[in-house]
Design a binder for this molecule. Structure first.
Ligand code: GLA
Length: 370
């Protein structure tokens, strides 16, 4: 969202030296598996965060953004990063992590603009982290590959900002593209790109219910997974396979349900990859549906508004499957739709949703103009 009169030059009085960007992501399947060492299958969305930068001689880091409260500017000094509980922490996280890796980060001016909606479950923060890390890589001539960029972005969010997230979002922002699904083994960060089927398109609809990662449910779920793994005697839930079904069922509630979600979801990612390779959209859709039920009933990260969106998408013709995407507790749904039908399905879903009071959904991908 560029506000007129707020170009880099208007803000900082000189042109930007270079610009980098990174996309938001939608996860197709494999939810809450990444911090359990499992598989995920995200893809990039068209919306991006863009960072323009120019170096400074005096060690000051000045950041202007148009995405927060109509535009703000914040300043800190390279080497004096400290957590303030603000969006600036993401920027400070990247420079602090780079310095921790021995990079002499100089001062710079940066202007951030983004079309990734905040709090929609589409990783606006990872796209900011990766775009900034890319801009600094180019500005400083660093030889860092894209997996390393993702690791730096993850360390910035996890260690500096203090959000206990897994590695999926940063990997997706750094390595995914819009035409392929990115299969990631989050234990090793090995990845593979799998072409998306030409006969289908994605529809992404934001529920307007916002989520909060750094606190609350996400943290609790992560801790529950760790307790479940310990009770099963495995390092991570990735190491418990479906054969452990009986032992999972005998865990105390809710650890039994949490473990069952992770173990079955992990298997669903591999099944989805097989379905993609076979061009079996019906099967892929069934896996989307099963993933949603598992997140709703076993992992308990959905909310009624999101369930309604999923159900109304499923009630439309030409929809193969639909599910909550991202961390949950609000956010967006992703539906797999016959090519050419997403705009119609999106409109129907948004209209049905608006029948309940105070509900307004937005089509983010798959609408008439996307
Ligand atoms: C958020 C986190 C990711 C992942 C998802 C759930 O997006 O940032 O690391 O855990 O939730 O799959």
């Amino acid at each position: 969202m560029t506000v007129q009169g707020n170009s880099f030059e208007a803000v900082f009085g000189r042109p930007a030296a270079l610009v980098a960007d990174a996309p938001g992501r939608v996860n197709l399947i494999g939810e809450h598996t990444d911090y359990n060492g499992g598989y995920v299958l995200p893809t990039a969305i068209p919306q991006k965060t863009r960072v323009e930068v120019a170096p400074r001689e005096d060690g000051l880091i000045r950041i202007a953004t148009m995405s927060v409260r109509g535009g703000t500017q914040l300043v800190y000094r390279a080497g004096e990063e400290s957590r303030r509980g603000l969006w600036l922490d993401y920027v400070q996280g990247v420079t602090a992590v780079l310095r921790g890796r021995g990079v002499a980060v100089p001062g710079f001016d940066a202007r951030i603009t983004s079309t990734v909606p905040l709090g929609s479950g589409l990783s606006s923060s990872a796209s900011l982290l990766v775009a900034l890390a890319r801009a600094l890589r180019a500005m400083l001539g660093l030889s860092i590959d894209d997996v390393e960029i993702a690791r730096i972005a993850h360390a910035a969010e996890h260690d500096f900002v203090g959000a206990p997230v897994g590695t999926m979002d940063q990997m997706a922002a750094s390595l995914a593209d819009e035409n392929t699904a990115l299969l990631i083994d989050t234990r090793t960060l090995a990845f593979e790109r799998i072409p998306l089927p030409a006969e289908a398109e994605l529809l992404i609809v934001n529920s307007g219910v916002t989520h909060q990662h750094a606190s609350g449910g996400y943290k609790t779920r992560r801790a529950e997974c760790e307790r479940a793994a310990a009770a099963l005697g495995v390092p991570q839930l990735r190491d418990a396979d479906e054969a452990a079904e009986q032992r999972i069922a005998s865990l105390p509630a809710p650890l039994d349900r949490r473990a069952r979600h992770v173990v079955t979801e992990n298997a669903r990612v591999l099944a989805a990859v097989a379905a993609l390779r076979a061009g079996d959209l019906g099967r892929l859709g069934e896996l989307f549906d099963a993933s949603h039920r598992s997140m709703r009933d076993d992992f308990e990260v959905s909310v009624p508004a999101v369930d309604d969106l999923v159900e109304s998408a499923r009630a439309q013709p030409d929809v193969f499957g639909a599910r909550l995407t991202g961390g949950g507790f609000g956010g967006s749904i992703v539906a797999l739709v016959k090519r050419g039908c997403a705009a119609r399905v999106g409109q129907a879903v948004v209209e049905a949703y608006a029948h309940a009071p105070n509900r307004r959904a937005t089509v983010l991908v798959g609408g008439p103009v996307s």
